[in-house]
Each structure stands twice: as structure tokens, then as C-alpha cells.
Design a protein around this ligand. Structure first.
Ligand SMILES: NC(=O)C1=CN([C@@H]2O[C@H](COP(=O)(O)OP(=O)(O)OC[C@H]3O[C@@H](n4cnc5c(N)ncnc54)[C@H](O)[C@@H]3O)[C@@H](O)[C@H]2O)[C@@H](O)CC1
Ligand SMILES: Nc1ncnc2c1ncn2[C@@H]1O[C@H](COP(=O)(O)OP(=O)(O)O)[C@@H](O)[C@H]1O
Length: 328
């Protein structure tokens, strides 16, 4: 397994070119937050705005739009329900990406919205937080399969709990399908309980690396499995970079909202045309470095997700200095 270094992260970073405009620097769209989790939307959107995408469009609830107008007036806001009816395609000169799911609670309306996002853009999509539950549903799986066949990149960023739920849902669904196809008799409830037990047994003993790999292959996505150490699985069976590990974090990052910041960071890199795998490598590194720099300033105990956000710029500057030192 490869470990992510500052050199790899620095080389993946995008820079504005002399003749760029806000559209050529990439449009990052975020379909995030809910009435229950307004903060997740603010954190993800603010992180994306900080990480260099030229145009940030946030599809959010009214309260999140109100807060964003106050704290990030450069962000354009639209009602979350408007996403499906707008156009989201990209071309070579106008890259873009969509982040969806941070701060969602997993309601039917939200899960439908996640599937709409997967179906309605040819740009990279990052799915996080409560939105991840949509992927193991039949519509979500079908949308992912179509994106995979068409070569459209999808990134998922689960924490350990979300990864476990995704794998269990997947195994459960497969077991149910097998039961049905073999004509095994029994009540629907018994079949579901049996499938759930099998799924728990299958997933129970996996290491985080194995889970990241299983998720990336089963769903056809790049999987960033977050935790004290973070594992990135490319899902590419031909490649020698199946799983990479990031060991440079700090327990100061174990705070609510830091995952929302990470989703915005990776989303902005995707929107600037960085490949899915490189965006995950550079994004997780910058995020971890921001956590470390915040800890240096404030002490590990006192760091909040807002501090990680405010240390993204010094983290990027440190990487840029590294590149300059190497003469690249
Ligand atoms: N300020 C805000 O508005 C915030 C909103 N958030 C949003 O809240 C929604 C629910 O996410 P949560 O993660 O809070 O809750 P979840 O309901 O997704 O998961 C929490 C459960 O998973 C278990 N778990 C197992 N491994 C874990 C791990 N490595 N890290 C965390 N939990 C683990 C926990 O014990 C717990 O039972 C998401 O959409 C998320 O984006 C959170 O990001 C927190 C901040
Ligand atoms: N003990 C730890 N050491 C290093 N990094 C951690 C630790 N705990 C959590 N993190 C990082 O903090 C972030 C937490 O993300 P997540 O669990 O999704 O939080 P939230 O949903 O509250 O935003 C991830 O990037 C994870 O890798």
C-alpha cells in the first residue's frame, strides 16, 4: 500500500492560469445541508470557495442561503429542489463538479435528489454524509453503474460508520436477490433478517483498507474512507495504486464538521479538472495539514472545523513553497 506524501499532494494541486476566468477555473456546485444540518452546508460550501474553484453555486435550504449570503457573499445560492431542472454538463474549457449529501438526514426526498444529481451531470460527483444512503438503493446503484460504464468519475467519502452501513446494505440486497432468484420460500421479514445477519458477518471483520477497496469496486467509485488514518481506493483493478493511505492527520480533526470541510475541499479540486484520484490525494493531504497547522496555533484540544477551514490557505501555501523549493 502506498502512503500519500506532500510531494504527491503538491504535484496534484491546480493553479490559476494567466488567461483564466471564473468559469474556466471550474464551477463547483454543492447540493448540501438540510433544515436540521445548516452548518454542514456552510462548512462544505466555504471550503469549496477557499480551494480555488472559480464559481461556487450552492443548492441549499432557505436558512443556509441566508447564512451564506452573510458569511460567503461570493457564493451564488439556489433552492435545493432546482438542481434537477438545470443543466450541469461540462466541456474541456469549463470543468465542473458536484458535491452532494453533506448535512442530509437521508429522507426519501433527499435520497431522490442524490440519484437526480448522479443522473443529470457528466461532471465528477462527490457523495458524502447522509447522501451516501442513496447509493445502495436500486436507483442509486443503477445510476452509479451507468456513470461507471460511461467513464464518469464518482467519489464517495464515508466515515467508518457510513462505510459499514453501505457495505451491509449492499450485501443485504445481494443476499435478498439470491434468495428470490433461487425461489427460496419464507416470509419477506425472515428473508430480510437472514440477509442482514449474513451481511453483518461478511462486513464485521474487515479492515478499513479492505472496506475502502470493497466499496470502490462494488460501487465503481473512488472511495475515501475517513478515520484516524484515511484510505483512498481507486477502484481501478488494473492499477498499482489500488489503495493509498494518509497517515498525517491529527486527533484534533475528530470534531463534528471536519468531514464536511473535506468534501468541499475535494469537490473544489474536482471542479478545477483534477482527476478523481489526485483530487482525493491532494484534498485529504491539505485537509490533514490544515488540521495540524490549526493544532500548532491553537493546541489539539481547541481546534474546531471552522479552524480547519481557516487553515486551508496556510496548508496550501506550505505545499506551494515545497513545489517552489523543488524547482517545479
Ligand atoms: N454542523 C453540522 O450541521 C454537522 C452536520 N453533520 C451531518 O450530519 C449528518 C449525520 O452524520 P453523522 O456522522 O453525525 O451521523 P451518522 O448517523 O452518519 O453516524 C453516526 C453513527 O455512526 C457510528 N460511527 C461508526 N464509526 C464512525 C466514525 N468513524 N465516525 C463517526 N461515526 C461513526 C457512530 O457511532 C454513530 O452511531 C451527515 O449528513 C453530516 O454531514 C455532521 O457533519 C456534523 C456537523
Ligand atoms: N483521530 C483522528 N485522527 C486523524 N483524523 C481524524 C481522526 N478522527 C477523525 N479524523 C478526520 O476528521 C474527519 C471527520 O469526518 P466525519 O466523520 O465525516 O465528520 P463530520 O461528519 O462530523 O463532518 C475525517 O477527515 C477524518 O479522517
Amino acid at each position: 500500500m502506498k502512503s500519500i506524501t506532500s510531494k504527491k499532494a503538491a504535484r496534484a494541486l491546480p493553479f490559476p492560469r494567466l488567461n483564466d476566468n471564473k468559469y474556466t477555473r471550474g464551477v463547483c456546485e454543492l447540493v448540501v445541508g438540510s433544515e436540521a444540518f445548516v452548518g454542514a452546508a456552510i462548512l462544505a460550501v466555504s471550503a469549496a470557495n477557499r480551494m480555488g474553484a472559480g464559481y461556487i453555486r450552492a443548492y441549499v435550504c432557505e436558512e443556509a442561503a441566508r447564512v451564506l449570503h452573510a458569511v460567503q457573499p461570493s457564493v451564488v445560492t439556489l433552492p435545493a429542489g432546482d438542481y434537477a431542472s438545470a443543466s450541469h454538463n461540462q466541456d474541456e474549457r469549463h470543468p465542473r463538479a458536484t458535491v452532494v449529501g453533506c448535512g442530509m438526514r437521508g429522507t426519501q426526498v433527499e435520497l431522490r435528489l442524490v440519484v437526480d444529481v448522479l443522473e443529470s451531470t457528466d461532471a465528477p460527483v462527490l457523495v458524502d454524509g447522509g447522501g451516501l444512503a442513496a447509493l445502495a438503493m436500486p436507483d442509486g446503484m443503477a445510476a452509479l453503474k451507468k456513470r461507471f460504464i460511461e467513464g464518469l468519475p464518482t467519489v464517495v467519502t464515508p466515515h467508518g460508520g457510513e462505510a459499514l452501513r453501505m457495505l451491509q446494505a449492499l450485501h443485504e440486497q445481494r443476499a435478498l436477490e439470491q434468495t428470490a432468484s433461487r425461489g427460496v420460500l419464507g416470509s419477506a421479514r425472515d428473508a430480510k433478517e437472514f440477509a442482514a445477519r449474513g451481511a453483518r458477518a461478511l462486513v464485521g471483520n474487515s479492515t478499513p483498507q479492505e472496506m475502502a477497496l470493497a466499496l470502490s469496486r462494488a460501487f465503481g467509485v473512488v472511495c475515501v474512507l475517513k478515520g484516524p488514518d484515511t484510505f483512498i481506493a481507486s477502484g481501478d483493478e488494473e492499477s498499482d495504486r489500488d489503495v493509498s493511505a494518509l497517515y498525517q492527520g491529527t486527533p484534533a480533526l475528530a470534531k463534528a464538521g471536519t468531514g464536511d470541510v473535506l468534501a468541499g475541499v475535494i469537490g473544489a479540486l474536482l471542479a478545477q479538472g483534477v482527476s478523481a484520484y489526485d483530487a482525493c490525494v491532494a484534498g485529504t493531504f491539505v485537509h490533514a495539514r490544515a488540521g495540524v497547522l490549526a493544532s500548532v496555533d491553537l493546541g489539539e484540544t481547541c481546534v474546531t472545523a471552522e479552524d480547519v477551514l481557516s487553515h486551508l490557505a496556510p496548508a496550501v501555501s506550505a505545499l506551494v513553497r515545497k513545489l517552489q523549493k523543488e524547482g517545479n
